[in-house]
Design a protein around this ligand. Sequence first.
Ligand SMILES: [Zn+2]
Ligand SMILES: [Zn+2]
Length: 238
Amino acid sequence: MHALWTSVLDFFFPRFCLHCHQRIQLTQEGFICDLCAKEFVLSDGACCQRCGRPMLPEAEHNLVCADCLETNPSFQFGITLFPYKGIGREFIQLLKYKNGQFLKSNLQALFKKFILKLSAFQGSTFVPVPLHYFRRWQRGFNQSEWIANLLSRHCQGKVKNALIRQRYTQSQTHLTREERKVNVSNVFSLKKRDVCNPHVHYVLVDDVFTTGATLNACASTLRKGGAQRISIFALAHG
Ligand SMILES: [Zn+2]
Ligand SMILES: [Zn+2]
């Protein structure tokens, strides 16, 4: 019955690969064809332990990248899954700007590939990077919250919308590292006072890690609220 229903759905709602736009076979799940799935570059080599970005081969013997050594962020550990380019970029853009919750099974498959790495987040409390209410209304959903929900199920944790974005900030896309830092300073605050438990492992969740300014601003806010164990997670690194 299930197989019949799936083929009926497939007949009326055929799926096309987000990358090559070919029709996806019934036997395949999600919205990336098997061929393009092979193009999905995964960050499963040596990564910076602090921010999760892959290390350049010549720096692989270091545990922490040069950026983290310089900025000394308010989070201690981080994981990212793929670079923000090619199919990875298309994935994020669809998710963010085309209401891409249909990518759920693809994301779950990615989480399964990273099962070992993600075990570091087992039982954690996932805190999505908040959108300003106006942007959330425009977009219809907060992609970071959506990612946090899926990730928390994968890691048997829970989601806590502990932060609010107080100001409407301009898009960070064309800003330099320094401008990004200024752009997000004093933007986030805790929803309630004393919301952070020093014994809880908080994992901040965002879609893309670029300079880390946003995630770091969020981490500082949690830290000021009493959190001691803070990690970050982003699908892509830019
Ligand atoms: Zn394809
Ligand atoms: Zn780093």
